[in-house]
Design a protein around this ligand. Structure first.
Ligand code: PEP
Ligand code: MN
Length: 278
């Protein structure tokens, strides 16, 4: 099977001959520059105390952005669905207290305006990778978009989804590889490091990795993060909670503050070995 040829299907996302990397800037945070951007935070926004404490330990470890889902795409409708708009207010408080810009997932095209007012970057989650109305709304919002790979999308399909965002007026887009479903059930997903290498070549846009949803278990997150930085990822998105065993969602894969700090330190060493930083 030959490599995909996205120049025709995804012209805006594709790198033209000689085109330099696009840097996506959010305040002082620069995706696609020399520094590997570390984003940390819980799976879900739970309350003020949780987010303020988390923001502090993320910043102390050298993290430069805060995450947390106000709306959660849960497999079961009976699981915690997130605090919704109230979660956005909590994120805004934590952002004010820490100075860290915030990325949060938007699930519904009708919420894009609201989320764009509160957040610095809109996350499109794995489950919405082909929700074309949502991609268009996010692209038109004027906010940078963090586009997670669908758990069952090929790189070519992922690029086409990015093209929806870019063709709707968005120019600041960051790809996020978070693992795909394969025949292999040992870890939650199979982290496709090759997709990072390929995208860095074929597109001019930044590519980051979420080792947490790929691993599904905190024990494996740091090793996957190291592999991602070694492969040239422009950033990491890592779930962390001050008390993972109390997390409302994804506690098993969330790092404690100490584990998060250790991940940052070891990934920094790899980044420096590659003449980058973190
Ligand atoms: C998340 O980031 O919390 C999330 C739900 O991720 P994904 O869409 O990759 O499953
Ligand atoms: Mn999660």
């Amino acid at each position: 099977m030959g490599a995909p040829q996205p120049a025709k299907t995804a012209p805006l996302a594709s790198r033209k001959s000689g085109q330099p990397n696009t840097v996506v800037s959010i305040g002082d945070v620069r995706f696609g520059g020399r520094k590997v951007v570390l984003i940390g935070g819980p799976c879900a926004v739970e309350d003020n105390n949780q987010m303020t404490r988390t923001a502090a330990h993320v910043a102390a470890a050298g993290g430069s952005m805060l995450r947390g889902g106000a709306w959660k795409p849960r497999t079961s409708p009976y699981d915690f669905q997130g605090l919704g708009a109230a979660g956005l207010e909590i994120l805004a408080e934590a952002r004010k207290a820490s100075g860290l810009p915030v990325v949060t997932e938007v699930l519904d095209p009708r919420d894009v305006e609201l989320v764009a007012e509160a957040a610095d970057m809109l996350q499109i989650g794995s489950r919405n990778i082909q929700n074309f109305p949502l991609l268009r709304e996010a692209g038109a919002s004027g906010k940078p978009v963090l586009l997670k790979r669908g758990m069952m999308t090929t790189v070519t399909e992922w690029l086409s989804s990015a093209e929806y965002v870019l063709a709707s007026g968005g120019s600041d887009l960051v790809f996020c590889e978070r693992g795909i479903r394969t025949f292999e059930p040992t870890l939650r997903n199979t982290l496709d490091i090759g997709s990072v290498v390929f995208l860095k070549e074929i597109t001019h846009l930044p590519v980051i990795v979420d080792p947490t949803h790929a691993a599904g278990d905190a024990r494996y997150v740091t090793a996957l993060a190291l592999a991602a930085v070694a492969a040239g990822a422009d950033g990491l998105l890592v779930e962390t909670h001050f008390a993972p065993d109390q997390a409302f969602s994804d506690g098993a894969q969330s790092l404690s503050p100490e584990q998060f700090a250790a991940l940052a330190e070891s990934c920094r060493a790899v980044a420096r070995a590659l003449d980058r930083d973190l």
